[in-house]
Design a protein around this ligand. Sequence first.
Ligand SMILES: Nc1ncnc2c1ncn2[C@@H]1O[C@H](COP(=O)(O)OP(=O)(O)OP(=O)(O)O)[C@@H](O)[C@H]1O
Ligand SMILES: [Mg+2]
Length: 707
Amino acid sequence: MMKHAAMEIESSDKGSLGPGLSPLSETLWREKTNTELIGDVSARLTWKDLTVTVTLSTAGETQNVLEGLTGYAEPGTFTALMGPSGSGKSTLLDALSGRLAANAFLSGTVLLNGRKANLSFGTAAYVTQDDNLIGTLTVRETISYSAQLRLPDKMSPSDKEALVESTIVAMGLQDCADTVIGNWHLRGISGGEKRRVSIALEILMRPRLLFLDEPTSGLDSASAFFVTQTLRALARDGRTVIASIHQPSSEVFELFDQLYLLSGGKTVYFGHASAAYEAINLNSAAFFAQAGFPCPALRNPSDHFLRCINSDFDKVKATLKGSMKLRFEASDDPLDKITTAEAIRTLNEYYRTSQHSYAAIQKVDDISKIKGTVLDAGGSQASFFRQSYTLTKRSLINMSRDFGYYWLRLVIYIVVTICIGTIYLNIGTAQAMTQFWYLRFKNARGSCASFVFGFVTFMSIGGFPSFVEDMKVFQRERLNGHYGVTAFVISNTLSAMPFLMLITFLSATICYFMVRLHPGFSHYVFFVLCLFASVMVVESLMMAIASVVPNFLMGIITGAGIQGIFMLVSGFFRLPHDIPKPFWRYPMSYISFHFWSLQGQYQNDLRGLLFDNQSPDLPKIPGEYILENVFQINVNRSKWIDLGVIFSMILVYRIIFFVMIKVNEDVTPWVRGYVARRRMQNKNIAPDALTQSPSLRAYVNRDTRRR
Ligand SMILES: Nc1ncnc2c1ncn2[C@@H]1O[C@H](COP(=O)(O)OP(=O)(O)OP(=O)(O)O)[C@@H](O)[C@H]1O
Ligand SMILES: [Mg+2]
């Protein structure tokens, strides 16, 4: 039945170029690369003696995850990486694409067109094992925003749309094109469909070099076949495609050009996929048969390979033998006579001395000798303004649809401000006739302002989980070169503004009129603006934290801690003159936005008002007196300056946010790499062989400079 479905798909494609490749993409490709000027733009990737070592956090131990891998991927071929779980497939893809974890080190050479290159930020596209998508957009919107972000500005909207539609068809997503992706409160498309959306986003631009980590996991055999077929068509179009694939069906296996079999980080086989189980010409024999493990007639070749090299079968067998002895004794499979561990060793040994291995080494040497074109960071073709505009629009739509992003906060803000309004209702200027009048006083207007600017702004922390989701999407798109950091920071700032304006406008208005703060339009405007600026600062602060601490629980704790400290030095819990001078007053209180907002708001509220004295016979007390003597506020500084300081803090935090992302991209991997290298040096493990941890743009720069 499944096979039948797959055949149908295959036959329906015969007339055309193959699924997913509209002629349009070809024009785009030509335009984009300007073939006459640059010449050959295909990507030839080679890796030689690739070893990846990871340091394990416990007592500085190290472990080789990959050992001495040699191989290549050529344009026009589809290379499949296969191996049992934990054999290092993802690690190999990470190593090739320059995205190894911070504790992993690469030795050996990875060359693109005979040169060292950094494949991050757009040179290669990489669909990783997890799908980070914006949950509130539909499939079509997701793909079409991605197209807007990256296709050249001069391409007409109808061409863009045609490309988007053809990509949707290429991934078989027509039926769910208008369904939302789904998030915590929206049930959306299925897991397999998400997988296909992630792939669609990368094949959209027809990258020259494409890595995919398990593109077919979670798909049934018909759609796995369909997706693999599309990928192969992409490869046939002159692109280089490398994908790791788990347990392919025999139809899918037949689509592979090259097969890279890994077990325990070592090569078991690398060569033509078909040569692994059948003789390709008269004077050669099938690799597995030669090595002593012929594929039984009725077994799917890929199942056979994985059966041979999955050492977990030893454990399974051992367990089963205890309970179901008879079954195993009857079989005459060669694999039952030896353990899988031995089979792997035999295959490793056999491969190392086989013609396949020599041929691979020869080919790698041949390819790396030719210094081909330096592929520029492909990524986005759109202008900076187009990127910022599209991102802002996309982000606005996401925020307006995600109930948890701002709407929930709006509700809570209104509820809380109504509470404030009723508790401090018509606050007035009357003071109790007591010696401690100023204490009561402080507790009314002062504590109201302090609550509004302390706790109400604090509630903005609630958006953090949504920021973290945004950051994940950003990270994926950034590493694939969809847009730059600046465009992201700008769009994020702009799109948040309307929502924060609405929230702060409504809550400040409720609070202002219910409490009856200092009457007058300019006082009202100041109050609204001050609340807006403060919430914006919190938002910016939390974004900066999200760029460093990408986990929402840890991020909320960090953010709450920082704001708690700022609140302490705001001048309410301890009066400004009482705050200990070293550190807490200078500089901490000046760094705290709470301090500035309270200084401004106290002036805004009290200046010009007259307050009742202890007894009605005594003259009224002017607000300025209270400001100076009770709140210890500098009355010579205009409240507008205080507001200006808060606004400039927004800018500062946004810059910090930008810098943090840059630091994370460039400096942190280097520092971590350095520390781990030192640790390995102490353990005397060939330190010179280790190169830096990836994601350093230094490689690219060095190469371009040499040119
Ligand atoms: N940074 C790292 N630190 C520690 N161990 C690591 C690291 N990276 C990979 N490993 C280990 O290396 C092995 C290979 O991992 P990898 O993710 O490449 O496997 P895989 O073949 O992709 O498996 P799967 O099919 O389950 O995705 C695993 O045992 C893993 O625990
Ligand atoms: Mg993996």
